[in-house]
Design a protein around this ligand. Structure first.
Ligand SMILES: [Zn+2]
Length: 259
């Protein structure tokens, strides 16, 4: 199966397949992604995306399990009998709406989602690495599963030009330009929610000001920082046996300028 897919696909697609499988396993290991949720990537030069099938365990994701789906959410390539997740429209409609987005994660992280259930403590960037979300973190008001194109379009409307949102009482959506940047963003988004939660238990939250965040944003090299996290998490995953050793060449940083 693996050989079959490899012979039909390009190096770029192979790399994306390995990156999605790695990000999925790493987010499971970080307890950000659970038994449901999904990571996807836009396929360059095609009106199509890569995403996992509906029922496979996220903890055991492999490159060859992934499906190629069109922008209407239909599987066009993949193992026989498989089908996309029912919430694939989160991905397809956001890719249609946002040309700058090439990788998306949807997951259900309970502590982060809790902020959509209270009125007094809105989820906002309070830590330096949360500068990515300075423009705001919208709450999508409809808690339903995003099972239709129409619901996906409504979600894209809520996201607007922001980089993450919380679906009320349901879960999170994080968007980025590459899969390594997506891994970084999911980790920092979760760290920020955890910091806000803990700070709000201790007392009045004294978050970084807009000015402080802006200054930090000017010094942060986003690509360089994403490579730092990628190297750390992928390396740790390989040492721990979470990521198979033979994925190594696809997960190695070759040339940061091409990101
Ligand atoms: Zn969901």
């Amino acid at each position: 199966m693996h050989g079959q897919i490899e012979s039909k696909t390009t190096d770029v697609e192979q790399r994306l397949r390995h990156e999605i499988a790695a990000v999925t396993r790493l987010l499971v290991s970080e307890r950000i992604l659970g038994y449901s949720g999904h990571v996807s990537a836009r396929l360059p030069n095609r009106d199509a995306i890569l995403i996992q099938p509906i029922h496979h365990s996220r903890a055991e994701m492999r490159p060859e399990y992934l499906l190629v789906c069109d922008m209407d959410g239909r599987m066009i390539e993949g193992p026989k009998g498989e089908r996309p997740p029912s919430e694939i429209y989160i991905h397809t409609e956001l890719y249609k709406a946002r040309a700058d987005v090439n990788a998306i994660a949807h997951y259900h992280h309970d502590l982060t989602t809790t902020f959509s259930l209270v009125e007094d403590v809105p989820l906002r960037p309070i830590k330096n690495h949360a500068v990515r979300w300075t423009s705001g973190i919208p709450i999508h008001p409809d808690p339903d599963h995003v099972d239709t194109q129409e619901q996906g379009r409504a979600l894209a409307g809520t996201l607007g030009l922001h980089h993450a949102l919380v679906i009320r009482a349901h879960g999170e959506v994080v968007v980025a330009e590459t899969l390594p940047a997506l891994l970084m963003d999911c980790i920092h988004f979760t760290e920020n929610a955890e910091a806000l939660y803990h700070a709000s238990l201790l007392g009045r939250v004294a978050a970084l000001t807009a000015d402080e965040l802006s200054r930090f944003g000017q010094t942060l090299k986003r690509t360089k920082h994403s490579i730092k996290l990628w190297t750390y998490y992928v390396g740790r995953g390989q040492t721990d046996g979470l990521l198979p050793k033979d994925w190594g060449s696809y997960l190695k940083i070759k040339d940061s300028r091409s990101w």
